[in-house]
Write a protein that binds this ligand. Sequence first.
Ligand code: IFM
Length: 455
Amino acid sequence: MTELRFPEGFVWGAATAAYQIEGAAREDGRGESIWDTFSRTPGRVFQGHTGDVACDHYHRYAEDVALMAELGLRAYRFSVAWPRIRPDGTGPVDPRGLDFYDRLVDALLARGIDPFVTLYHWDLPQALEDRGGWTARETAEHFADHALAVHQRLGDRVRTWTTLNEPWCSAYLGYGNGVHAPGRRDAGAAFRAVHHLLLGHGLAARALRAAGAEAVGITLNLADVRPADGGSAADAAAVRLVDGLQNRIFLGPLTGAGYPDDVLAHLSRIVEPDFLRDGDEKLIAAPLDLLGINYYSPTYVAGRAGGAGNSAYPGTAGSVEFLPPVGPLTDTGWMIEPAGLTRLLERVAADHPGLPLFITENGGAFPDRDIDGTGRVTDTDRIAYLDGHLRAAHDALSRGVDLRGYLVWSLLDNFEWAEGYRKRFGIVHVDYLTQRRTPKESARWYQEVISRNGL
Ligand code: IFM
């Protein structure tokens, strides 16, 4: 295969999220989050796994940063646990929570690793959920306060800020079909949550910029939505609906175009949009310095009368069929199609020119082979997945997409939400009994990619 070089200064990194790796759930004043409640509720998470200990990163961050440095990472994307900063979501700031992130940022900078901070990766303080969570407008305002408190402490050293991670998941999985915390099953609530998450983003982004933040953005899990056979008008309508629910409902307001008419018409058939106030769309459209895109897999749909739809996409039952993924698949059953990443990047770049893009997550869960006690963890499937997607990203670059960086999901095996610890996404293996970290072959492969700035 031909050798591929990435542009000078391309950012190579890895990503994690607080609840998935930190553990220390009851330490230093940390409050309860919706994921604590959810994971302790029988039947919600695989075999009752919780994030109580996770990868114990709260205590082992120095070792983890040393590992990042060894792999040559230039950036590390992590999230800040809101319940560590304000245990009940709104009250006084607990300096001990901020101290942890302060130490982490210093350790990263000492190793020349650029911190990319995500302010919300799904761990809403339970006290706020008790007041309505993301279905309540006040949560958006409290989120802006949370963002400011973190910026006040870390803003002198952190340059890159993203507000939310994957608001699609928070809203549709958290409030729509209940697969994620807080586990509510109410399509109307999901749309309320979408709006308040976007509003929270807008308020926080403006506050951060006013406070002097250098680069402010958001991370979306956008989808490359494809028609089943490419032919019929019904298939095209299905693509438009699903694309509206996954992509345009976020991209429109975020980039100043407001909610698309067809999406508004769709959601108004499900819920009275009384949560949408005059001026909100303007607030949401805070200037973006970057857009983070998380890509794993494409989505294929067909338009069919009586189609089963998908509970994660409110209002799709009766007209849309989501096609079962076709192999090769990852261990989470997700279809592997790197070309979808190229298409997605090209589409976003064409629709939103001038917006710098980062792949803030990409990776796959695969079972590890040959964990033989000799320090070798063979994960050839993951290497193939990452190689394919990096080639796809490079294709987009060579077609003019302004792609600035790639952050692999994930640095460590970790708590994969409702799947618990049974799905492993890490390039570094974690033995959950001993907390021993072992770089997999994919980590060594990635180290080589970074050092050559290419494949
Ligand atoms: O583990 C998650 C992460 O928290 C958000 N994006 C997708 C990953 C894999 O499911």
